[in-house]
Design a protein around this ligand. Structure first.
Ligand SMILES: CC(C)(COP(=O)(O)OP(=O)(O)OC[C@H]1O[C@@H](n2cnc3c(N)ncnc32)[C@H](O)[C@@H]1OP(=O)(O)O)[C@@H](O)C(=O)NCCC(=O)NCCS
Length: 161
């Protein structure tokens, strides 16, 4: 546990944020090329048009900024009484400073406000950072998808609220 952390300002994304968000995804996932299947990297690094479509189409995307710079992003959706938290990414140069944790905690708070009873995340076990982060927040593995369509095993994790 680190004592000093960057506390990002977290806000709901607007249409105008879509290009910067897409570009952050590209940088964050480029780090993992060669480590995980390319299909996963391609799917997780959408173009700005796709991000803009999420914002119009029932997803809530939250941005984290520090001194006005975009440093992280996370997405929430609310399928039937639950909250799915996905598409989390942190600017590679800012990793390890508590930004991912702050975004995930914000998403959980959002789920509580929505009155849902469960939060879901999917994580790729090879990407140990995300799995550890979710475990430390109380998520527990509830299913394993072998050789998912991303070409990677995926673990489904749940947090009852
Ligand atoms: C996963 C990710 C969002 C974490 O963001 P971050 O800002 O670096 O994470 P934090 O600094 O808030 O770390 C929170 C916890 O995560 C875990 N963690 C984060 N990075 C880790 C790493 N490289 N190795 C091991 N554990 C790690 C630790 O348990 C850490 O605990 P601590 O708060 O007690 O130190 C970021 O690394 C990222 O963008 N990765 C690429 C995209 C990705 O994997 N997204 C998740 C898709 S499922």
């Amino acid at each position: 546990m680190r004592l000093f952390r960057t506390q990002p300002r977290i806000a709901l994304a607007a249409d105008a944020d879509a290009p910067a968000i897409a570009s952050l995804y590209e940088r964050a996932w480029a780090e993992h090329l060669g480590q995980v299947d390319e299909r996963l990297v391609r799917d997780q690094a959408p173009l700005a048009d796709e991000v803009a479509a999420w914002l119009r189409g029932g997803f809530e995307v939250f941005t984290g900024t520090v001194d006005g710079d975009l440093v992280g992003v996370v997405r929430c959706s609310f399928p039937t009484g639950t909250c799915l938290v996905d598409r989390m990414a942190v600017e590679p140069g800012r990793a390890g400073n508590g930004i991912g944790r702050a975004l995930a905690e914000h998403a959980i708070q959002r789920a509580r406000r929505a009155g849902v009873t469960k939060v879901w995340v999917q994580a790729v076990p090879k990407l140990e950072g995300a799995v550890r982060l979710y475990r430390s927040l109380g998520f527990r593995e509830s299913g394993h998808l072998r050789a998912h369509y991303w070409g990677e095993d995926v673990v489904l994790m749940e947090l009852p609220l």
